[in-house]
Write a protein that binds this ligand. Structure first.
Ligand code: PAF
Length: 284
């Protein structure tokens, strides 16, 4: 596996692969890789001749009081995992490689970026869209893979790719979950063991609410019970929980195809997000 740290070397590597008429799959990450990332990498391996993973903790997507400095950076372990999964190139740029002195250009996907997580993390999706565009320009893959756990992020990136005529296919992949249902996330490691056990309530309550809505219960009522269940966790707080249209991300009061319940909550000092698609939740 080749470890690459500059945009120039990264682009040269892809040019070399493309000259051989081979396809490139790309999995952008912020490192602290887990089984969820591994499943994106496996999918990319199945669908492409070569796979690139990027590891870059993007300062532009963290607010001033967020966890940028304590975000886990176990690069050696990430490198080992990527090698064991058959990744062909690991792109690990420095912040100066991505945002050199005097950097001034940012991408804003209007509307979609201000909803939900955007309301609680101003500037977050501007940072995400900017770095993803820069990574796509440099890596120049055929397909790029993103998890559905970050559903709003996935939809923003899809919109950006369409709006800016990016040639890449943006592939959304199902959320990987722990045995108790908690969505896999690099931030789960912030949870104490007690909080970790309590965190499973998030997915369970979203799932229960989805079943109730599908069985005809009023959306507000089903979401209120979910809210109560989540707030039974000590030190918990809800940023939002809502039923949304899967494309526009707008809040809706009656179910429709593609609708999702999305939520962001805090347990102690850890922020967790999750979502379920109504259509995929069995009623019984
Ligand atoms: O989902 C993530 O890990 C990040 O937001 C991403 C897409 C790698 C951009 O920094």
């Amino acid at each position: 596996m080749k470890v690459i740290s500059t945009p120039l070397a990264m682009r040269a590597w892809t040019d070399w692969v493309k000259k051989k008429n081979q396809s490139v799959g790309f999995v952008p990450t912020m490192g602290a890789l887990h089984a969820g990332h591994a499943s994106l990498i496996s999918r990319a391996k199945k669908e492409n001749d070569k796979v690139v993973v990027s590891v870059f903790v993007n300062p532009a997507q963290f607010g001033p009081h967020e966890d940028f400095s304590r975000y886990p950076r176990p690069f050696k372990e990430d490198q080992k995992l990527c090698a064991s999964l058959g990744v062909d190139a690991l792109y690990h740029p420095s912040p100066e490689n991505i945002y050199p002195q005097g950097y001034r250009s940012f991408v804003n996907v209007e509307g979609l970026s201000d909803l939900w997580c955007g309301r609680f993390r101003p500037g977050h999706f501007r940072g995400v869209a900017t770095v993803v565009l820069k990574l796509l320009q440099t890596v120049s893959p055929d397909r790029a893979y993103f998890g559905e756990k970050d559903y709003q992020q996935l939809m923003i990136i899809r919109r950006m790719a369409r709006d800016l005529n990016l040639p890449q296919r943006i592939v959304g992949c199902l959320t990987l979950r722990e045995k108790d249902g908690l969505a896999m996330s690099s931030r789960n490691q912030y949870l104490s063991s007690i909080e970790r056990a309590q965190a499973a309530i998030l997915y369970r309550s979203l799932n229960r609410a989805a079943k109730k809505i599908k069985s005809g219960e009023a959306v507000l009522r089903a979401l209120s019970s979910a809210r109560r269940e989540i707030l039974s966790i000590p030190q918990s707080k809800i940023d939002y929980i809502a039923l949304i249209d899967g494309e526009s991300l707008e809040e809706i009061q009656t179910p429709r195809p593609g609708a999702r319940i999305i939520s962001a909550i805090w347990i102690g000092k850890t922020r967790l997000i999750d979502n379920v698609e109504l259509g995929t939740v069995p009623i019984s």
